[in-house]
Design a protein around this ligand. Sequence first.
Ligand SMILES: [Zn+2]
Length: 433
Amino acid sequence: MIDWKDKREFWIAGARVADPESGRLRAGSVCVQKGIITEVAWQRVTGTELPVLEADGYVLAPGFVDIHTHLREPGNEEKETIKTGTAAAVAGGYTSIVCMANTDPVIDKPSVVEFILRETERSGSCRVFVTAALTRGLEGEIINEYGFLKEAGAIALSDDGNYVTNSQVMRSALEYARFLDLPVISHCEDPFLSGGTHMNEGYSSTRLGMRGSPAAAEEIAVARDIRLSQLTGSRLHIAHISTAGSVDLVKRAKKSSIPVTAEVTPHHLTMEDTLLESYDTSLKTNPPLRGRKDIDALCAGLGDGTIDCIATDHAPHNVIDKEVEFDLAPPGMIGLETAFALLNTRLVQTGTIELIDLIRLLTSNPARVLGLPGGRIVKGEKADLALLDPEAKWVVEAGNLRSKSRNTPLVGTELTGRVEGVFLEGKWINVVP
Ligand SMILES: [Zn+2]
């Protein structure tokens, strides 16, 4: 464990410094003064009068940025609060998260945006950026007053959890958002095709006798929204893409210079629908876990830049919600605390991607997608950093999770790669208990 006092000016030396923009991951030293990165040296610092934090064996990365978190507050504080959700984020190496609008009340009024920002200041452990709803009450009918929402602090718009089925409403929303330079995040799912389903439609759903949602339910929605982005010239970000067909649609859209970006979750990259044969309700997600072919396409999409970033879709549910028959369980799993270790274990250690690429997909890329600060280790930036031990092994234990919820299928699983702690604006927060 790093023993580090509450210093305001210091060097971090001995670690491999990850600079995702240049692709560099090598020995370096970083100077932090009053919360700002004031120097990056690609060698070990010598002869300094400032205290030096010896971080040999670690990787110093920009603090992770999660652009898809459900904080549940206001309204469902029994599942998660801003306090516990941001603590979970920090435990996972995140220094910035973007929360989704499907709270109760929905984030469709400036007062709710203000509430979240104020509550973050009071009880939060990391930065929280707010996504406001596209339509009133997430009902897909009446467009919200984006200007006021932006003034209150919203940085993006989304009805995540719901698809805006009315194409005219979505078109107007995209046009209005473009005026205000707000990106629109779309949860792509044709609810008529996916309604009443509980998993991916395929071999496993047939074997289990469970109604499945076909890949087409997602792809139809992705195709429409790409076409509307082309029509309006508005920035569109597609949340949690999960099928080979969606990857192909985004790839073609990018080739045609349509302003579209896409994210994928850690679970869609690493977990197959065959796992549902255990009937573990924590594996029930929306979109559902898919088959091997889709997973391979998602990994290839990360490799060739079709998919811009990895976002957790951290979706807390308490035990009572999930300890029911599979059909009745709500979809979603928590992911903030295990994302780095899971991806490091299943993708980096297996040679699917390089560590520096994983770091880029968790930092500078998501920040760029939504135009957020951070995600880089450069002089002049705020010192939001994560200190990682990519070789350390640990077992996910329910009792050690900071999230209020426990709905992850990874409890009891050994993972490789640990977050030692983060610097939030230069202030050290220890993670390892
Ligand atoms: Zn969603």
